[in-house]
Design a protein around this ligand. Structure first.
Ligand code: AN7
Length: 351
């Protein structure tokens, strides 16, 4: 049967009234790919899979939550939605709002979001404001605006967002026939790690899977409030998607970590860039830098001998690398040029 989007596929496990119509772009049903060349490159004796979320309709995992949040908002008669964003949330909110025929308002930190993400929000007709402060300040302003006007906030403090995002955990269990042993993912505003843990717990409680994974979250070293134990006032990382100093779901993410006997740790920008390049070059999967934090985290945990042999590992690759092509090109030397004849081209290609 053809895929109907995460609401119709998992409606019985979502807190939506039967009368709520799905606003959908047929998100979800993303590939769970086994990545043996990546496992080998990391020196891992384990089954490594990636949940490739960059192939969602707007190129990130945010679509899973947005379909649920915007469907609910429309059913409540909301005329518009608002969010603060490091980029992907705004791209997704703008797309689903366009699909629903309602307004989208977006606050972004000026100069700190990848151009692809900004172009999506603009193309989908969102009203975008770039503010002088960072993401955390934008989220404070958005919260105030949503309270004063009757527009719905669609950041991950909106509970419907997390219910939508938990469907990725369902899909992984459905594909593997069990839960993984360890699940790695990047942590920014900490909604996704919270949502996955909710999804795994719900499947476990319903008897669909007999075990639960350890939740392994990774922040960028310059934006690692949960790791250092206090808000970071001036977060810095080249992985702009996770440049967040005071995550909205901080406590819930700590609960996911503690209940699952997992970890929330930090990886450096250099480690993130290494993983970014590695996944693209050995597996043909072009994920964005923030996504690579999960893989960098797996490498770090393995180096500390904390990945048991033969275990089943899943890394969520949260967003598509094409959102920020200049970051990728900066990683590579510019291509050599050649005159337009065979000899010259052969010489450059060493063929
Ligand atoms: C590619 O778009 O917060 O820990 O405003 O875009 O659930 O926040 C994006 C976050 C990981 C972190 N990977 O997820 C936003 C925003 C990518 C992201 C995260 C984000 P959360």
């Amino acid at each position: 049967m053809t895929w109907r989007g995460v609401i119709e596929e998992y409606r019985t496990r979502l807190p939506l009234g039967a009368d709520v119509e799905a606003v959908t772009l047929l998100e979800g049903n993303t590939p769970l790919l086994e990545t043996p060349r990546l496992a080998e490159a990391l020196g891992l004796d384990a089954h490594v899979y990636v949940k490739w979320e960059g192939v969602n309709p707007t190129g990130s995992f945010k679509d899973r939550g947005m379909t649920v949040a915007i469907s609910q908002a429309v059913s409540e008669g909301s005329a518009g939605v608002i969010c603060a964003s490091t980029g992907n949330t705004s791209a997704s909110a703008a797309a689903y709002a366009a699909r629903a025929g309602i307004d989208a308002y977006v606050l972004i930190p000026e100069g700190q979001i990848a151009l692809g993400k900004l172009s999506q929000a603009v193309m989908h007709g969102a009203k975008v404001v770039a503010i002088t402060g960072n993401f955390d300040r934008a989220l404070e302003l958005v919260t105030a605006l949503a309270n004063e006007d009757s527009i719905t906030i669609v950041n991950s403090i909106n509970p419907y967002r997390l219910h939508g995002q938990k469907t990725a955990a369902f899909e992984i269990c459905d594909a593997l026939g069990r839960a993984p042993d360890q699940h790695y993912l990047p942590v920014g505003n900490a909604g996704n790690i919270t949502a996955y843990w909710m999804g795994y717990r719900e499947y476990h409680a319903a008897g669909v899977v007999p075990t639960l994974p350890r939740m392994m979250g990774f922040q960028a070293a310059g934006a690692a409030p949960i790791v250092v134990g206090r808000p970071v006032t001036a977060p810095e990382t080249l992985a702009t998607a996770i440049r967040i100093g005071n995550p909205a779901n901080w406590r819930a993410a700590e609960t996911a970590r503690d209940e699952s006997n997992g970890t929330i740790d930090a990886v450096s920008d250099a480690e993130i860039l290494d993983a970014f390049t590695l996944v693209a070059s050995v597996e043909g999967i072009f994920a964005e830098p923030a996504s690579a934090a999960a893989v960098a985290g797996l490498k770090k945990v393995n180096a500390a001998n904390r990945v048991p042999a033969s275990s089943i590992i899943v890394c969520t690759l949260t967003g598509h690398g094409l959102k920020d092509p200049s970051r990728a090109i900066d990683q590579c030397p510019p291509p050599p040029t050649a005159a337009d004849h065979l000899g010259a081209v052969r010489k450059v290609l060493r063929l």
